[in-house]
Design a protein around this ligand. Structure first.
Ligand SMILES: Nc1ncnc2c1ncn2[C@@H]1O[C@H](COP(=O)(O)OP(=O)(O)OP(=O)(O)O)[C@@H](O)[C@H]1O
Ligand SMILES: [Mg+2]
Length: 352
Protein backbone atom coordinates (compact mmCIF):
# COMPACT_ATOMS: atom_id res chain seq x y z
CA UNK A 1 0.00 0.00 0.00
CA UNK A 2 1.22 3.48 -0.87
CA UNK A 3 2.21 5.48 2.21
CA UNK A 4 0.26 8.71 2.63
CA UNK A 5 2.19 11.93 3.06
CA UNK A 6 1.71 13.89 6.26
CA UNK A 7 3.65 16.71 7.84
CA UNK A 8 5.25 16.09 11.21
CA UNK A 9 2.86 16.82 14.08
CA UNK A 10 5.71 17.99 16.38
CA UNK A 11 7.34 20.33 13.86
CA UNK A 12 5.95 22.97 11.54
CA UNK A 13 7.90 25.74 9.88
CA UNK A 14 5.45 28.42 11.07
CA UNK A 15 5.71 27.06 14.63
CA UNK A 16 9.51 26.95 14.52
CA UNK A 17 9.85 30.49 13.07
CA UNK A 18 7.37 31.97 15.59
CA UNK A 19 9.25 30.29 18.43
CA UNK A 20 12.59 31.59 17.07
CA UNK A 21 11.23 35.18 16.83
CA UNK A 22 9.79 34.95 20.34
CA UNK A 23 13.11 33.82 21.87
CA UNK A 24 15.00 36.51 19.90
CA UNK A 25 12.58 39.24 21.10
CA UNK A 26 12.81 38.03 24.71
CA UNK A 27 16.63 37.99 24.61
CA UNK A 28 16.65 41.47 23.09
CA UNK A 29 14.27 42.69 25.78
CA UNK A 30 16.44 41.09 28.47
CA UNK A 31 19.46 43.02 27.16
CA UNK A 32 17.46 46.27 27.05
CA UNK A 33 16.20 45.76 30.61
CA UNK A 34 19.76 44.95 31.74
CA UNK A 35 21.04 48.23 30.13
CA UNK A 36 18.15 50.15 31.70
CA UNK A 37 19.04 48.83 35.19
CA UNK A 38 22.81 49.46 34.72
CA UNK A 39 22.15 53.09 33.76
CA UNK A 40 20.22 53.70 36.93
CA UNK A 41 22.24 51.87 39.61
CA UNK A 42 25.72 50.53 40.39
CA UNK A 43 24.49 48.49 43.31
CA UNK A 44 25.53 44.88 42.44
CA UNK A 45 23.02 43.28 44.81
CA UNK A 46 20.19 45.32 43.28
CA UNK A 47 21.34 44.43 39.78
CA UNK A 48 21.45 40.71 40.70
CA UNK A 49 17.96 40.81 42.26
CA UNK A 50 16.45 42.72 39.31
CA UNK A 51 18.12 40.38 36.78
CA UNK A 52 16.77 37.38 38.74
CA UNK A 53 13.25 38.87 38.65
CA UNK A 54 13.67 39.58 34.94
CA UNK A 55 14.77 35.94 34.29
CA UNK A 56 11.82 34.60 36.32
CA UNK A 57 9.32 36.76 34.38
CA UNK A 58 10.71 35.85 30.93
CA UNK A 59 11.11 32.14 31.80
CA UNK A 60 7.50 32.03 33.08
CA UNK A 61 6.34 33.74 29.92
CA UNK A 62 8.21 31.20 27.73
CA UNK A 63 6.90 28.27 29.79
CA UNK A 64 3.28 29.50 29.55
CA UNK A 65 3.69 30.10 25.81
CA UNK A 66 5.12 26.59 25.30
CA UNK A 67 2.41 25.08 27.51
CA UNK A 68 -0.34 26.74 25.40
CA UNK A 69 1.38 25.64 22.19
CA UNK A 70 1.61 22.02 23.40
CA UNK A 71 -1.98 22.13 24.64
CA UNK A 72 -3.19 23.14 21.17
CA UNK A 73 -0.88 21.14 18.92
CA UNK A 74 -0.20 17.98 20.98
CA UNK A 75 -2.50 17.53 23.97
CA UNK A 76 -5.79 18.40 22.30
CA UNK A 77 -5.48 15.97 19.33
CA UNK A 78 -3.93 13.28 21.59
CA UNK A 79 -6.87 13.58 24.01
CA UNK A 80 -9.31 13.37 21.07
CA UNK A 81 -7.59 10.17 19.92
CA UNK A 82 -7.55 8.71 23.46
CA UNK A 83 -11.28 9.42 23.89
CA UNK A 84 -12.10 7.88 20.51
CA UNK A 85 -10.01 4.73 21.09
CA UNK A 86 -11.66 4.27 24.49
CA UNK A 87 -15.11 4.47 22.90
CA UNK A 88 -14.11 2.04 20.13
CA UNK A 89 -12.59 -0.34 22.69
CA UNK A 90 -15.93 -0.27 24.55
CA UNK A 91 -17.68 -1.36 21.32
CA UNK A 92 -19.02 1.99 20.07
CA UNK A 93 -18.03 1.58 16.42
CA UNK A 94 -20.05 4.65 15.36
CA UNK A 95 -17.27 6.84 16.80
CA UNK A 96 -15.72 9.20 14.24
CA UNK A 97 -13.02 11.86 14.67
CA UNK A 98 -13.19 15.34 13.12
CA UNK A 99 -9.99 15.86 11.19
CA UNK A 100 -8.54 19.33 11.79
CA UNK A 101 -6.92 19.95 8.42
CA UNK A 102 -8.22 19.46 4.95
CA UNK A 103 -7.07 16.50 2.85
CA UNK A 104 -3.61 17.12 1.39
CA UNK A 105 -2.56 19.24 4.38
CA UNK A 106 -2.65 16.42 6.89
CA UNK A 107 -0.17 16.19 9.74
CA UNK A 108 0.57 12.91 11.51
CA UNK A 109 -2.33 13.37 13.95
CA UNK A 110 -4.76 13.88 11.07
CA UNK A 111 -3.46 10.68 9.50
CA UNK A 112 -3.90 8.71 12.76
CA UNK A 113 -7.46 10.11 13.01
CA UNK A 114 -8.25 9.17 9.43
CA UNK A 115 -6.93 5.64 10.01
CA UNK A 116 -8.95 5.34 13.21
CA UNK A 117 -12.09 6.43 11.34
CA UNK A 118 -11.41 3.79 8.69
CA UNK A 119 -10.90 1.11 11.36
CA UNK A 120 -14.17 2.09 13.05
CA UNK A 121 -16.02 1.93 9.71
CA UNK A 122 -14.60 -1.56 9.02
CA UNK A 123 -15.46 -2.76 12.53
CA UNK A 124 -18.99 -1.38 12.15
CA UNK A 125 -19.40 -3.17 8.81
CA UNK A 126 -18.16 -6.45 10.34
CA UNK A 127 -20.54 -6.01 13.25
CA UNK A 128 -23.48 -5.67 10.83
CA UNK A 129 -22.29 -8.73 8.87
CA UNK A 130 -21.92 -10.74 12.07
CA UNK A 131 -25.39 -9.81 13.33
CA UNK A 132 -26.96 -10.56 9.93
CA UNK A 133 -25.08 -13.85 9.75
CA UNK A 134 -26.22 -14.95 13.21
CA UNK A 135 -29.84 -14.03 12.53
CA UNK A 136 -29.75 -15.82 9.14
CA UNK A 137 -28.24 -18.97 10.63
CA UNK A 138 -30.72 -18.95 13.52
CA UNK A 139 -33.59 -18.51 11.09
CA UNK A 140 -32.34 -21.32 8.84
CA UNK A 141 -31.90 -23.69 11.81
CA UNK A 142 -35.20 -22.80 13.48
CA UNK A 143 -37.43 -24.01 10.62
CA UNK A 144 -36.07 -27.58 10.30
CA UNK A 145 -35.79 -27.82 14.10
CA UNK A 146 -39.49 -26.98 14.41
CA UNK A 147 -40.22 -29.72 11.85
CA UNK A 148 -38.10 -32.21 13.82
CA UNK A 149 -39.91 -31.32 17.07
CA UNK A 150 -43.37 -31.60 15.51
CA UNK A 151 -42.80 -34.84 13.69
CA UNK A 152 -41.01 -36.58 16.53
CA UNK A 153 -43.98 -35.68 18.77
CA UNK A 154 -46.34 -37.09 16.14
CA UNK A 155 -44.26 -40.28 15.91
CA UNK A 156 -44.94 -40.98 19.59
CA UNK A 157 -48.52 -41.91 18.67
CA UNK A 158 -48.52 -45.70 18.84
CA UNK A 159 -51.66 -46.04 16.72
CA UNK A 160 -49.89 -44.76 13.58
CA UNK A 161 -49.82 -47.13 10.64
CA UNK A 162 -46.45 -48.08 9.18
CA UNK A 163 -46.92 -45.99 5.99
CA UNK A 164 -47.52 -42.77 7.95
CA UNK A 165 -44.63 -43.64 10.26
CA UNK A 166 -42.39 -44.05 7.21
CA UNK A 167 -43.47 -40.68 5.81
CA UNK A 168 -42.87 -38.92 9.12
CA UNK A 169 -39.41 -40.38 9.49
CA UNK A 170 -38.61 -39.33 5.89
CA UNK A 171 -39.57 -35.76 6.85
CA UNK A 172 -37.36 -36.05 9.94
CA UNK A 173 -34.43 -37.25 7.85
CA UNK A 174 -34.80 -34.43 5.32
CA UNK A 175 -35.09 -31.77 8.08
CA UNK A 176 -31.96 -33.01 9.82
CA UNK A 177 -30.18 -33.20 6.46
CA UNK A 178 -31.01 -29.52 5.95
CA UNK A 179 -29.28 -28.64 9.20
CA UNK A 180 -26.27 -30.82 8.33
CA UNK A 181 -26.02 -29.24 4.85
CA UNK A 182 -26.29 -25.78 6.36
CA UNK A 183 -23.47 -26.42 8.83
CA UNK A 184 -21.29 -28.09 6.16
CA UNK A 185 -21.74 -25.09 3.85
CA UNK A 186 -21.09 -22.55 6.61
CA UNK A 187 -17.90 -24.36 7.57
CA UNK A 188 -16.77 -24.59 3.94
CA UNK A 189 -17.50 -20.91 3.34
CA UNK A 190 -15.73 -19.94 6.53
CA UNK A 191 -12.68 -21.98 5.58
CA UNK A 192 -12.63 -20.45 2.10
CA UNK A 193 -13.00 -16.93 3.50
CA UNK A 194 -10.19 -17.48 5.99
CA UNK A 195 -8.17 -19.12 3.24
CA UNK A 196 -7.71 -22.22 5.38
CA UNK A 197 -8.41 -24.53 2.46
CA UNK A 198 -5.19 -25.17 0.63
CA UNK A 199 -6.21 -25.10 -3.00
CA UNK A 200 -4.05 -28.00 -4.07
CA UNK A 201 -3.50 -27.36 -7.76
CA UNK A 202 -2.91 -30.38 -9.96
CA UNK A 203 -3.16 -31.35 -13.61
CA UNK A 204 -6.36 -33.35 -14.12
CA UNK A 205 -8.81 -34.26 -16.83
CA UNK A 206 -11.63 -31.78 -16.21
CA UNK A 207 -13.86 -33.52 -18.75
CA UNK A 208 -13.79 -36.72 -16.69
CA UNK A 209 -14.18 -34.84 -13.41
CA UNK A 210 -17.28 -33.00 -14.64
CA UNK A 211 -18.76 -36.16 -16.21
CA UNK A 212 -18.28 -38.07 -12.92
CA UNK A 213 -20.08 -35.30 -11.12
CA UNK A 214 -22.99 -35.29 -13.56
CA UNK A 215 -23.39 -39.06 -13.09
CA UNK A 216 -23.91 -38.51 -9.35
CA UNK A 217 -27.05 -36.53 -10.18
CA UNK A 218 -28.47 -39.22 -12.48
CA UNK A 219 -31.14 -40.46 -10.06
CA UNK A 220 -32.37 -36.93 -9.33
CA UNK A 221 -32.49 -36.14 -13.06
CA UNK A 222 -34.42 -39.33 -13.81
CA UNK A 223 -36.80 -38.71 -10.91
CA UNK A 224 -37.80 -35.37 -12.43
CA UNK A 225 -37.81 -36.81 -15.91
CA UNK A 226 -35.39 -34.14 -17.14
CA UNK A 227 -33.66 -34.25 -20.52
CA UNK A 228 -29.90 -33.92 -20.08
CA UNK A 229 -27.50 -32.96 -22.88
CA UNK A 230 -23.75 -32.85 -22.34
CA UNK A 231 -21.22 -31.57 -24.85
CA UNK A 232 -17.70 -31.72 -23.46
CA UNK A 233 -14.33 -30.99 -25.13
CA UNK A 234 -11.53 -33.23 -23.95
CA UNK A 235 -9.31 -30.96 -21.81
CA UNK A 236 -6.71 -31.33 -19.10
CA UNK A 237 -6.40 -28.35 -16.81
CA UNK A 238 -4.12 -27.26 -13.99
CA UNK A 239 -6.41 -26.17 -11.19
CA UNK A 240 -7.98 -27.27 -7.92
CA UNK A 241 -10.15 -30.36 -8.47
CA UNK A 242 -11.78 -30.27 -5.03
CA UNK A 243 -12.70 -26.58 -5.25
CA UNK A 244 -14.17 -27.02 -8.72
CA UNK A 245 -16.28 -29.89 -7.41
CA UNK A 246 -18.07 -27.32 -5.21
CA UNK A 247 -18.86 -25.35 -8.38
CA UNK A 248 -20.21 -28.28 -10.41
CA UNK A 249 -22.24 -29.61 -7.48
CA UNK A 250 -24.01 -26.33 -6.81
CA UNK A 251 -24.69 -25.34 -10.41
CA UNK A 252 -26.03 -28.75 -11.38
CA UNK A 253 -28.11 -29.17 -8.22
CA UNK A 254 -29.59 -25.68 -8.76
CA UNK A 255 -30.43 -26.47 -12.39
CA UNK A 256 -32.24 -29.62 -11.27
CA UNK A 257 -33.97 -27.93 -8.35
CA UNK A 258 -35.25 -24.92 -10.29
CA UNK A 259 -36.37 -26.81 -13.40
CA UNK A 260 -39.86 -28.35 -13.35
CA UNK A 261 -40.49 -32.00 -14.30
CA UNK A 262 -39.92 -32.74 -17.97
CA UNK A 263 -37.54 -29.77 -18.48
CA UNK A 264 -34.13 -29.73 -20.10
CA UNK A 265 -30.60 -29.21 -18.81
CA UNK A 266 -27.60 -28.56 -21.08
CA UNK A 267 -24.04 -28.72 -19.82
CA UNK A 268 -21.13 -27.74 -22.06
CA UNK A 269 -17.41 -27.62 -21.52
CA UNK A 270 -15.42 -25.78 -24.20
CA UNK A 271 -11.76 -25.10 -24.54
CA UNK A 272 -11.14 -21.48 -25.56
CA UNK A 273 -7.45 -21.02 -26.23
CA UNK A 274 -5.80 -21.28 -22.77
CA UNK A 275 -9.14 -20.91 -21.02
CA UNK A 276 -12.02 -23.28 -20.33
CA UNK A 277 -15.68 -22.24 -20.42
CA UNK A 278 -18.38 -24.25 -18.70
CA UNK A 279 -22.06 -23.52 -19.18
CA UNK A 280 -24.97 -24.98 -17.23
CA UNK A 281 -28.32 -24.08 -18.80
CA UNK A 282 -31.80 -25.06 -17.79
CA UNK A 283 -35.36 -24.45 -18.89
CA UNK A 284 -36.46 -23.77 -15.31
CA UNK A 285 -38.22 -20.95 -13.51
CA UNK A 286 -35.51 -18.39 -14.33
CA UNK A 287 -35.18 -15.15 -12.38
CA UNK A 288 -35.65 -11.41 -12.68
CA UNK A 289 -32.62 -9.14 -13.07
CA UNK A 290 -33.15 -7.89 -9.47
CA UNK A 291 -32.91 -11.47 -8.21
CA UNK A 292 -29.93 -12.13 -10.49
CA UNK A 293 -28.06 -9.25 -8.89
CA UNK A 294 -28.35 -10.79 -5.41
CA UNK A 295 -27.93 -14.53 -5.93
CA UNK A 296 -24.25 -14.59 -4.93
CA UNK A 297 -25.02 -13.07 -1.52
CA UNK A 298 -24.97 -15.38 1.47
CA UNK A 299 -28.41 -16.74 2.46
CA UNK A 300 -30.16 -15.06 -0.45
CA UNK A 301 -32.98 -17.16 -1.89
CA UNK A 302 -34.89 -15.64 -4.75
CA UNK A 303 -37.44 -18.32 -5.44
CA UNK A 304 -39.45 -18.67 -2.24
CA UNK A 305 -41.25 -21.79 -3.46
CA UNK A 306 -37.95 -23.69 -3.13
CA UNK A 307 -36.72 -21.99 0.04
CA UNK A 308 -37.20 -25.13 2.11
CA UNK A 309 -34.69 -26.88 -0.15
CA UNK A 310 -31.40 -25.30 0.79
CA UNK A 311 -30.19 -22.20 2.57
CA UNK A 312 -29.01 -19.84 -0.13
CA UNK A 313 -25.35 -20.55 0.47
CA UNK A 314 -24.58 -22.57 -2.68
CA UNK A 315 -23.88 -19.71 -5.07
CA UNK A 316 -22.02 -17.71 -2.39
CA UNK A 317 -19.67 -20.70 -2.16
CA UNK A 318 -19.40 -20.94 -5.96
CA UNK A 319 -18.55 -17.23 -6.25
CA UNK A 320 -15.91 -17.50 -3.53
CA UNK A 321 -14.28 -20.47 -5.27
CA UNK A 322 -14.28 -18.70 -8.63
CA UNK A 323 -12.72 -15.61 -7.03
CA UNK A 324 -10.03 -17.73 -5.40
CA UNK A 325 -9.28 -19.45 -8.70
CA UNK A 326 -9.22 -16.10 -10.51
CA UNK A 327 -12.05 -16.98 -12.88
CA UNK A 328 -15.33 -15.36 -13.88
CA UNK A 329 -18.96 -16.29 -13.37
CA UNK A 330 -21.96 -14.80 -15.17
CA UNK A 331 -25.65 -15.54 -15.28
CA UNK A 332 -28.23 -14.96 -17.99
CA UNK A 333 -31.81 -15.64 -17.13
CA UNK A 334 -35.38 -15.03 -18.13
CA UNK A 335 -38.38 -15.63 -15.91
CA UNK A 336 -40.17 -18.89 -16.80
CA UNK A 337 -37.77 -19.54 -19.68
CA UNK A 338 -34.63 -20.66 -17.88
CA UNK A 339 -31.14 -19.72 -16.76
CA UNK A 340 -27.59 -20.13 -18.01
CA UNK A 341 -24.62 -19.97 -15.67
CA UNK A 342 -21.29 -19.44 -17.45
CA UNK A 343 -17.95 -20.07 -15.78
CA UNK A 344 -14.67 -19.00 -17.32
CA UNK A 345 -11.54 -20.60 -15.91
CA UNK A 346 -8.65 -18.47 -17.10
CA UNK A 347 -5.25 -19.69 -18.23
CA UNK A 348 -5.81 -23.22 -16.91
CA UNK A 349 -5.30 -25.44 -19.98
CA UNK A 350 -2.47 -27.86 -19.30
CA UNK A 351 -0.28 -29.19 -22.08
CA UNK A 352 2.75 -31.45 -21.61
N1 LIG B 1 -30.76 -22.43 -12.10
C1 LIG B 1 -31.48 -21.51 -11.45
N2 LIG B 1 -32.69 -21.11 -11.89
C2 LIG B 1 -33.41 -20.19 -11.26
N3 LIG B 1 -33.01 -19.58 -10.11
C3 LIG B 1 -31.82 -19.95 -9.61
C4 LIG B 1 -30.98 -20.91 -10.24
N4 LIG B 1 -29.86 -21.05 -9.52
C5 LIG B 1 -29.98 -20.20 -8.48
N5 LIG B 1 -31.15 -19.55 -8.53
C6 LIG B 1 -31.63 -18.52 -7.57
O1 LIG B 1 -30.54 -18.10 -6.77
C7 LIG B 1 -30.81 -18.31 -5.37
C8 LIG B 1 -29.54 -18.63 -4.64
O2 LIG B 1 -29.03 -19.88 -5.06
P1 LIG B 1 -28.16 -20.74 -4.08
O3 LIG B 1 -27.66 -21.94 -4.79
O4 LIG B 1 -27.16 -19.85 -3.44
O5 LIG B 1 -29.20 -21.12 -2.93
P2 LIG B 1 -30.24 -22.31 -2.83
O6 LIG B 1 -30.06 -23.25 -3.99
O7 LIG B 1 -31.58 -21.70 -2.63
O8 LIG B 1 -29.79 -23.03 -1.50
P3 LIG B 1 -28.49 -23.97 -1.28
O9 LIG B 1 -27.62 -23.80 -2.46
O10 LIG B 1 -27.90 -23.45 -0.03
O11 LIG B 1 -29.01 -25.34 -1.16
C9 LIG B 1 -31.83 -19.42 -5.38
O12 LIG B 1 -32.60 -19.43 -4.19
C10 LIG B 1 -32.67 -19.08 -6.62
O13 LIG B 1 -33.60 -18.08 -6.33
MG1 LIG C 1 -28.11 -24.00 -4.50
Amino acid sequence: MKKKKATSAGFTWTGAISFFILIAVIMQMAILVYDYIRERTDNVTWIAVLILIEIIIFATFCTVFDWIRRKITVERPTQKIVDATEKIAEGDFSTRLDIAHEYGKYNQYDLIMENLNKMAIELQKNEVLKTDFISNVSHEIKTPLAVIQNYSTLLQDETLDSETRKNYSKTLISASKRITDLITNILKLNKLENQEIQEKHEAFNVTEALAENVVEFETMIEKKNLELNCDFDEVTIFSSKSLLEIVWNNLISNAIKFTPDGGKIDITLKRKDKNVEIKVSDTGCGMTSETGAKIFEKFYQGDTSHSTQGNGLGLALVKKVIDILGGEIAVQSEVNKGSTFTILLKDVVYED
